[in-house]
Design a protein around this ligand. Structure first.
Ligand SMILES: NC(=O)c1ccc[n+]([C@@H]2O[C@H](COP(=O)([O-])OP(=O)(O)OC[C@H]3O[C@@H](n4cnc5c(N)ncnc54)[C@H](OP(=O)(O)O)[C@@H]3O)[C@@H](O)[C@H]2O)c1
Length: 255
C-alpha cells in the first residue's frame, strides 16, 4: 500500500468519518473538514475516532476561498491531497409549490457545487503526481425521484454526472473518479430527517426508524462503515480499473 494524503469533506460525522477511518487505518494521512471543524467537542470526538492522527479544518464547501485555504494547509502539513472524498451534504424537504426556493439553491450549492469546488482545488495536484482517487457521495436519490426532494434528487443526479466527467478527464493522469450512492444510512443526517418527519406527523423517531428498517428489503439500516470500506478499497492501489461508475450500496432498496 502506498500511503497518500486524503482530504474528506463532511469528515467529522457519519459517512465522511467512516471513510476517514477506513483511509487512516489503511495508512493514509487524513485531513477532515466541515463547517463545525472548529467546534471543540465535535473535533475531539472525530480525533478520538481516528486515534488522534488527523488534521481538522473548519471549511464551508459553499466557499471556494474556504476550500482553497484548507487545501493549502493540508499541503503544508502532509503534501498535496491525492485522495478526495466529498461527503459534505445537506438534505431538505421542499415542495415545488413552496413559496421559498432557498432549499433548491442551497442543496445544489452544497451537494453539487461543493464537489465541483473541491475537485477544482485538488485536481491539478493529482494530475502533477500522476495518481488520484476522487469519491463523491451521491445517493439513490440521484436516480429515483421523490415528492418534496427536487433539490436533493437533482443535486445528487448532478454529482453522478460530474463524477463520470471527472473520471474521463482524469483517466490519462491516473485519476479515478466514482460516485457512491447509498440508500438510507444510519447517520446524523438520517436521524435529523426522521426527527423532522416525526415532528410533522406527530410520531416519534424510534417508530419512524423502525418503519424505515421494515421498508428495506434486507430489513435493516445500512451502516456508515459499509460505505467507508468501499471508499477504502477504491482508494487503494488495487482499484486501477475502477472508475467512471456509480456504485449503489442499497441493501436491495430503490431509494
Ligand atoms: N445518511 C443517509 O441516509 C444518506 C444516504 C445517501 C447519501 N447520503 C449522503 O452522504 C453524505 C454524508 O452524509 P451523512 O449521512 O454522513 O450525514 P452527516 O453525518 O450529517 O454528514 C454531512 C456532513 O456534511 C457537512 N456539511 C454540511 N454542509 C456543509 C458545508 N456547507 N460545508 C462543509 N461541510 C458541510 C456536515 O458538517 P457541518 O454541519 O459541520 O458542516 C456533516 O458533517 C451526504 O452527501 C449525504 O447527502 C446520506
Amino acid at each position: 500500500m502506498t500511503p497518500r494524503v486524503a482530504l474528506i469533506t463532511g469528515g467529522l460525522t457519519g459517512i465522511g468519518l467512516a471513510s476517514a477511518k477506513a483511509l487512516a487505518s489503511a495508512g493514509h494521512s487524513v485531513a477532515i473538514c466541515s463547517r463545525r471543524g472548529d467546534e471543540d467537542e465535535l473535533a475531539a470526538s472525530a480525533l478520538a475516532a481516528l486515534n488522534g492522527a488527523c488534521l481538522i479544518g473548519a471549511v464551508d464547501v459553499a466557499s471556494q476561498t474556504s476550500i482553497n485555504a484548507f487545501v493549502t494547509e493540508v499541503k503544508q502539513q502532509f503534501g498535496p491531497p491525492q485522495i478526495l472524498v466529498n461527503a459534505a451534504g445537506n438534505y431538505r424537504e421542499a415542495f415545488l409549490s413552496d413559496p421559498d426556493d432557498a432549499a433548491w439553491f442551497d442543496q445544489i450549492d452544497i451537494n453539487l457545487n461543493g464537489c465541483y469546488r473541491t475537485i477544482r482545488a485538488t485536481f491539478a495536484g493529482m494530475q502533477a503526481l500522476g495518481w488520484g482517487r476522487i469519491v463523491n457521495i451521491a445517493s439513490t436519490a440521484g436516480t429515483k425521484g421523490a415528492a418534496g426532494y427536487s433539490g436533493y434528487c437533482a443535486a445528487k443526479a448532478g454529482v453522478i454526472g460530474l463524477s463520470k466527467a471527472v473520471a474521463v478527464e482524469g483517466a490519462p493522469y491516473g485519476i479515478n473518479a466514482i460516485s457512491i450512492s447509498p440508500t438510507w444510512v444510519e447517520t446524523p443526517m438520517m436521524d435529523n430527517a426522521l426527527l423532522r418527519h416525526a415532528a410533522a406527523t406527530g410520531g416519534d423517531i424510534s417508530a419512524a426508524k423502525a418503519a424505515l428498517m421494515r421498508s428495506n428489503p434486507q430489513g435493516r439500516l445500512v451502516q456508515p462503515g459499509e460505505i467507508g470500506s468501499v471508499v477504502g478499497f477504491f482508494c487503494s492501489d488495487q482499484s486501477q480499473g475502477l472508475t467512471n461508475v456509480d456504485i449503489q450500496i442499497n441493501a436491495g432498496a430503490d431509494w
